[in-house]
Design a protein around this ligand. Structure first.
Ligand SMILES: [Zn+2]
Length: 379
């Protein structure tokens, strides 16, 4: 995902973060037949692969080319169908049916044209389909930004997703912001002396509410598996959208603050839900565990890709002792409710603030990692 001088001197590193943006679009009948032709091409190529057992994708292209050319589509689709087919052929032992039912089209940046919100994709030689993308102000700001480079476009029957990339330099940060993600909130502390607490209890509420909804669906639709499946999918999507939205506001605010103040981001390296046991506050129900684990990973994922896009360096540090030790003198402390009391220096502090300060200070100077993330919304 990232290219370029990662091994150069820290002051002049640059990376190329990638961001994928999804658009809905006005469908067209022409596109329906293109999808169907492409699906048939893929399946022809899979059949040829099973018969001829090609050693490589290029071998398959050679074998399948004359047959696929009969469809009369742009050569681009022949290569693309062979790519899909070769992957399906190689995975055929893992799936009982290797054939393609639902397709997506991937069109490389050389083959499409995007003029504001009109996307032109090739079909037959000198023949094109024009799709009108539904774009929000945010979408438009990316489309019309001349500094962004456009990558390939992926089209499904519902969405068009377009990859953007840009070149960013990662400077040495002027300070750090430590982020503690826990089951109640996201707490940050930075080297400028600021602390912020972002309440995440709404995420837990939304999740609890939808859990009740799911239980009700199960009860009411016992007789009809198909209807209950449909409802689960519908409510599951709504739940995900709402929780992701809440977390987006938080991650956006944190990343903006880091950007404005030229701060590197420091987070704990989370592995599974081990952290929950460490916190050990008696909520051992597996459901709560999964929910919290999801929230931790989602908030970190969002911060990581947003920071990556802005060229903000990110460091992951070990979660060992971040909540127990005093952020002032490093002594192992006692908890009294939500407060830590240091037996050595006498400092009392909110335990989440204390943890975020320890995380902030765990960042080694001159050793921040190049940002990760990117690729949001890839199908
Ligand atoms: Zn202390």
């Amino acid at each position: 995902m990232f290219t370029g001088g990662l091994n150069q001197h820290p002051e002049c590193r640059w990376v190329r973060p990638v961001k994928s943006i999804q658009f809905s679009y006005a469908s067209s009948a022409d596109l329906g037949s293109l999808f169907e032709d492409f699906r048939l091409m893929c399946n022809d190529a899979i059949r040829i692969a099973i018969d001829e057992k090609p050693k490589s994708r290029f071998r398959l292209i050679k074998e399948a080319y004359p047959r696929l050319k009969e469809y009369g589509l742009h050569t681009h689709y022949i290569l693309s169908a062979c790519e899909v087919a070769f992957a399906a052929y190689r995975n055929k032992d893992r799936k009982s049916d290797p054939y393609v039912r639902r397709v997506f089209l991937k069109v490389t940046s050389q083959s499409y044209r995007l003029d504001h919100i009109i996307l032109r994709i090739p079909t037959r030689p000198r023949d094109y389909i024009y799709l009108t993308l539904h774009a929000s102000d945010y979408h438009l700001s990316l489309i019309d930004d001349p500094t962004l480079k456009r990558g390939s476009v992926t089209i499904t029957d519902r969405t068009v997703s377009l990859a953007f990339s840009k070149e960013v330099t990662i400077g040495e940060p002027l300070g750090h912001i430590g982020i503690d993600v826990n089951e109640r909130n996201v707490t940050t502390s930075d080297t400028l002396g600021n602390t912020s607490v972002h309440d995440t209890s709404r995420v837990a509420e939304i999740k609890e509410r939808y859990r009740a909804v799911r239980a009700k669906i199960g009860e009411k639709t016992k007789q009809d598996q198909r209807i209950s499946q449909e409802l689960y999918v519908k409510y599951g999507k709504r739940e995900k959208n709402r929780t992701v939205q809440v977390l987006h506001c938080i991650s956006k605010e944190i990343v903006e603050r880091a950007k404005e103040n030229h701060l590197g981001i420091v987070m704990e390296r989370l592995k599974g839900i081990r952290r929950l046991y460490r916190r050990g506050n008696g909520q051992g129900a597996p459901y709560r565990g999964r929910m919290n684990s999801w929230t931790f990973h989602e908030i970190q994922r969002q911060i990581e890709y947003k920071a990556g896009w802005e060229g903000i360096p990110i460091t992951f540090v070990s979660p060992r002792h971040t909540s127990r030790n005093c952020s002032n003198c490093g002594t192992s402390q006692k908890f009294e409710g939500r407060t830590t009391i240091c037996p050595s220096c006498g400092k009392t502090e909110d335990r989440d603030v204390n943890a975020s300060k320890n995380i902030m200070m765990a960042a080694p100077t001159h050793a921040a990692q190049p940002p990760g993330g990117g690729g949001e919304g890839e199908p």
